[in-house]
Design a protein around this ligand. Sequence first.
Ligand code: HEC
Ligand code: HEC
Length: 311
Amino acid sequence: MNLKNAPIKSVVLVVAVIALSLLYSLMTNGGNGALKNVKNVSADGSTTVSSTSNVSLVGSTDKPVSMSSATIAKKTDHPKFVGPLLYQNSGVRATYQQVQQGQTLFDESCSSCHGAYASGTDRAPNLVGLGPATIQFWVSTGRMPLSNPIIQPIRKPVKFTQAQILDIVSFVASQAPGGVLIPNIKGVSSATLAEGASLFDINCAGCHTITGAGDALASGAYAPSLHQATPEQVAEAIRTGPANMPRFNPGVLTNAQVNSLVKYVTQGIQHPDNAGGWNLGGVGPVAEGFIGLLIGVGLLVLAAFWVGDRK
Ligand code: HEC
Ligand code: HEC
């Protein structure tokens, strides 16, 4: 074995290793730094996003006219009608016309299972009092209407336009006030991606996996992929807890934290920005770490042979 050049080669090697690790941390921090830096964000520590004072109906193309409860109540003939129909925390109300159109749609597509006034039958549960967010979530993700009431409802092509969905929401909401209103997600643009990543890690990844790909649950149910949900649907799922998913009340996740989660799911997960790191096919941090380890060990072995330089 010839160790004459070993000292010089060792110095070269150390410099090379330092340069490589610097390069590596530069590459990975851009993409995954969000996941690394935020482990200790407290569960209720956020004050970044302001509240729901805006009055627009998120995601809708039509503009519901504000009506007094008296106006609606006088014109309606629903036996269980109770009053003003709030869509959203902000105070947007449905019009009587929306309620009427919604009743027609409900008769055609929902009443066979849920009953003429949404109060449920032996085929399907009561919907009265669940609130606009629950109705909108199930219809806008295509879960409803169902064709076979036995299987777990899954996301499928939506049967209605956005305006028609709001009509149905209006009709069901006209039967009872309250429930979970359609979340206002205006604050999402100013929410923090890093906080969303941390909250997702803690609250959601256990079921939906860290990449949002989805996974089977012990109960036999399936936590679906999060790659298709719209911002509004993510917020609605969090607040209403569809089927086997738990519901996260404002006492557990603040509106600002929901906004951060919405941002992380619809940007970090659905459109990962890989500019700052290598995308190894999104197979997940464990697998990607393992691949990194394999490459690293291989390089070390080569380096050892080079320093030793057998002749
Ligand atoms: C073929 C029967 C059937 C039809 C038609 C149907 N549903 Fe359902 N619906 C069900 C069943 C069964 C469930 C319970 C599913 C579950 O929890 O897994 C359900 C659940 C729901 C839920 C969730 C209730 C909750 O407690 O969270 C909503 C909201 C809903 N349906 C709305 C509608 C609307 C609106 C329509 C019409 C556009 C509709 N459904 C049409 C059978 C039906
Ligand atoms: C205990 C497991 C569990 C946890 C924890 C959980 N989910 Fe879910 N999630 C589910 C299940 C199950 C469904 C499907 C519900 C159904 O059948 O309608 C679902 C559905 C969803 C959907 C609808 C997806 C689509 O495209 O239709 C979204 C969005 C969602 N979850 C987001 C979240 C977020 C964000 C969190 C964390 C705050 C979270 N979930 C935590 C189990 C879970």
